[in-house]
Ligand binder design. Structure first.
Ligand code: NAD
Ligand code: UDP
Length: 447
């Protein structure tokens, strides 16, 4: 799908500036332009044009009005601009109207949804996504919906939000259910992606007992459901099962180094027991299982206030605040962009691999290097948008949290061999897109 060939004056674009639209040219690790996400593998075609996916998070889901708050008097110039902006995706246009003067939005029922694939009933899966209103879940839901499946999202909205999937509410293939996975849930389904669990240290430590309960009882309930319905079950586990690793990079057969009573234990041990449960059901009851060990992932729709490093640094830099590096910043992390993760999860679900699989990007940074990179990228995007920076933000140091892992990098040999999966997005490309997303949210006043 080709890029928009038009350009609009910044005033016509509520969520993005003209220069940032032009800047959306994404190159992969080999310098080749990325025009689609997904793949065709295992007889399963899940390729979607990148523009189509992007339209669901980078473009606003409303039309602007220059009027003085009168919903009826929708300014045609603004409507035209929006229609041109969405180009081939004009069908995505909602009738909701944003009023910049009053910083308010008039929601109306979406008149049209993004086009989804029309699948034969035999190919259309009934997919349950727990935690589908969260950061990772909402991107997975977008992909599954565009591919033509029937998707049910189960979420208690602890860290997720309805707005992250609101563009699908009302679609005949979509259902949103407010439900806590610690309570049993019955539904007929073919596949279960079990994501429900807070993922940021700030959120999962907010109520440690609840986090353990969600990891254990929630996973038990979902595995019970998989057993009853014979659905295929995928657990989103984490690199945290390796704790503060003594082996580097971390392969799947490393057993980990976890403090069972430390502040991160509710999450680390919760996910470890969730894996144990998953293989218990697999070995005892023949439940068809998949386990993804996800390494640090970032992207649009990430809660800007959940305390994770990528969102913290970008929001700080955009606000002209100093970047807070915890400790001396020598600890390392490897950052993966959301589209690579969704590719990996779908590939794993549709593969025959039942062993745990690391899904992550091998590009490792010290946190200090990463702070410098984020600052450079924010400065670049601001310059492209003609924003004059009053001062260069500084990098300051704060205390290192207890049990903060010193090193983390995935060994992705298994993912490559079993799924033919490798990350395509460079950290820089993903960060540029995420900066644009947060900038747009700030401009609209929702961040
Ligand atoms: P998130 O906090 O954005 O999403 C989690 C979702 O689960 C939210 O919508 C939340 O409301 C929901 N949820 C939490 N507890 C629930 C409960 N008891 N019942 C129902 N819903 C509940 O986090 P995320 O980054 O999207 O992570 C999704 C999954 O991926 C998690 O299982 C997480 O452990 C795993 N993971 C993520 C990363 C990452 O870097 N994002 C890394 C490793 C693993
Ligand atoms: N970190 C930081 N500044 C922040 C937030 C996090 O230096 O504002 C560090 C944190 O101490 C850790 C790394 O960044 O070493 C990644 O933290 P995050 O919470 O994103 O994820 P983790 O991998 O620790 O679960």
């Amino acid at each position: 799908m080709s890029r928009p060939s038009f350009s609009l004056p910044p005033s016509d674009l509520p969520n993005m500036t003209a220069s940032s639209v032009d800047a959306i040219r994404t190159l992969d690790k080999n310098g080749k332009e990325i025009t689609s996400v997904g793949f065709e593998r295992f007889g399963f075609d899940c390729e979607v044009p990148l523009d189509v996916v992007r339209a669901l998070y980078l473009r606003p889901h409303y039309v602007m009005t220059a009027s003085s708050g009168n919903d009826e008097a929708l300014d045609t110039k603004e409507a035209d601009a929006h229609a041109r902006f969405t180009q081939g995706h004009a069908a995505y246009q909602s009738k909701s109207i944003f009023h910049p003067e009053t910083q308010s939005i008039s929601y109306t029922t979406l008149s049209r949804f993004p086009p989804v694939k029309l699948l034969a009933p035999s190919a259309r899966k009934r997919v349950l996504v727990t935690g589908g209103a969260g950061f990772v879940g909402s991107h997975l839901v977008d992909r599954l919906m565009l591919l033509g499946h029937e998707v049910t999202v189960l979420d208690n909205f602890f860290t997720g939000s309805k707005t992250s999937v609101s563009h699908w509410v009302g679609h005949p293939n979509f259902e949103l259910v407010r439900h806590d996975v610690v309570e049993p849930f019955m539904i007929e389904c073919d596949q279960i992606y079990h994501l429900a669990c807070p993922a940021s240290p700030v959120h999962y430590q907010f109520n440690a007992v609840k986090t353990i309960k969600t990891s254990f009882q929630g996973t038990l309930n979902m595995l019970g459901l998989a057993k009853r319905t014979k659905a295929r079950f995928l657990l989103t586990s984490t690199s945290e099962v390796y704790g503060d690793p003594e082996v580097h990079p971390q392969p799947e057969d490393y057993w980990g180094h976890v403090n069972p009573i430390g502040p991160r234990a509710c999450y680390d041990e919760g996910k470890r027991v969730a894996e144990t449960l998953t293989y218990g059901f697999h070995n005892q009851d023949n439940v068809n299982v998949r386990v993804a060990r996800i390494f640090n992932t970032y992207g649009p729709r990430m809660n800007p206030y959940d305390g994770r490093v990528v969102s913290n640094f970008i929001v700080q830099a955009l606000r002209g605040q100093d970047l807070t590096v915890y400790g001396d910043g020598s600890q390392t992390r490897s950052f993966q962009y959301i589209h690579d993760l969704v590719d990996g999860l779908i590939a794993l679900m549709n593969s025959d691999e039942t062993r745990p699989v690391n899904i992550g990007n091998g590009d490792e940074f010290t946190i200090l290097e990463f702070a410098t990179l984020v600052r450079d990228i924010v400065e670049k995007v601001q310059k492209e948008d003609g924003v004059k920076l009053e001062r260069r933000v500084q990098i300051i140091h704060e205390g290192l949290p207890q049990d903060d892992p010193q090193k983390r990098r995935p060994d992705t040999t298994r993912a490559k061999a079993s799924l033919d999966w490798q990350p395509r997005w460079t950290v820089r490309m993903g960060l540029e897109e995420m900066v644009r997303y947060y900038k747009a949210k700030m401009a609209e006043g929702s961040l």
